[in-house]
Design a protein around this ligand. Structure first.
Ligand code: PEP
Length: 259
């Protein structure tokens, strides 16, 4: 359904400037080599660095930039925050609703709605993350939890005519799979992605049928192929394995070989 396949790295709070420069130089060369003979490639590669590195990377990268966060307020007296309009000067995408932000920074659904609206106001494409925790998985109510997470944030935004047909990417990231080395199995991923695809199609008129649904949670070069082969998986959101440029490049190559 989605036309593009996304391979997005989330560096979280890692890497200093010298490491950033080295990574960008190497990834630029690899991407150039990989796509040199294939201008029609539909692979979208992105990296979400710490915000302080966005300006440097925007002038030195051939891949897309993703902000890890934006403030829930537009501007003003919010010490330490970075607004959507500031981020939009450098970045095309922004993560919204990552489970680490929900868990450690108390980001509620109300806050996420505000962030989504600000992202759209400043032409950022949100990558909205959702997913159940281990308890929900074990209790078996994970589809209900996922439905709630989408209904409480995506529905209110898209029910407004102001946001008709806006670009949106969503990422299923089961909390129990993030940073644990235990990825969800292709069957588990497929169940959720198929469910979410139906939910979007049947519930939101103003949303494009082609909303890409990414998977994130302990992806690496060993499991990328079997995950990407699932029907409603339109890309990967990669934490730990995106820190090493060779490992990340290998995953991009796998995606490129499949599509
Ligand atoms: C993430 O933080 O979005 C993530 C998927 O992390 P990891 O790949 O390390 O599980």
């Amino acid at each position: 359904m989605s036309e593009n396949i996304y391979v997005i790295g989330n560096w979280k709070m890692n890497k200093h400037l010298n490491e950033v420069t080295d990574f960008c130089d190497k990834l630029n060369i690899s991407l150039h080599d990989m796509f040199a003979l294939d201008n029609s490639s539909n692979i979208e590669v992105g990296i979400a660095p710490a915000a302080i590195h966005l300006p440097q990377m925007s002038s030195a990268s051939t891949f897309s930039l993703v902000a890890q966060n934006i403030a829930a307020e537009e501007n003003g007296a919010y010490t330490g925050e970075i607004s959507a309009s500031m981020v939009a000067e450098y970045s095309r995408y922004v993560l919204v609703g990552h489970s680490e932000r929900r868990m450690y920074f108390d980001e509620t659904n109300e806050i996420l709605v505000k962030k989504l609206m600000l992202a759209y106001k400043y032409n950022l494409i949100p990558i909205f993350c959702f997913g159940e925790n281990l308890e929900n998985r074990e209790k078996g109510d994970y589809l209900y939890i996922i439905k709630q997470q989408l209904e409480k944030v995506i529905w209110p935004v898209f029910s407004s005519s102001d946001f008709l047909n806006q670009n949106l990417i969503i990422a299923y990231e089961p909390v129990w799979a993030i940073g644990t080395g235990k990825n969800a199995s292709p069957e588990q991923i497929s169940e959720v992605h198929d469910y979410v695809r139906d939910l979007l199609i049947n519930n939101i008129e103003n949303i494009k049928d082609s909303v890409p649904i990414l998977y994130g949670g302990s992806c690496n070069s060993q499991n990328a192929k079997s995950i990407l082969e699932q029907k409603n998986v339109n890309g990967l959101l990669i934490g730990g394995a995106s820190l090493d440029v060779n490992h990340f490049t290998k995953i991009v190559q796998i995606a490129h070989g499949l599509y």
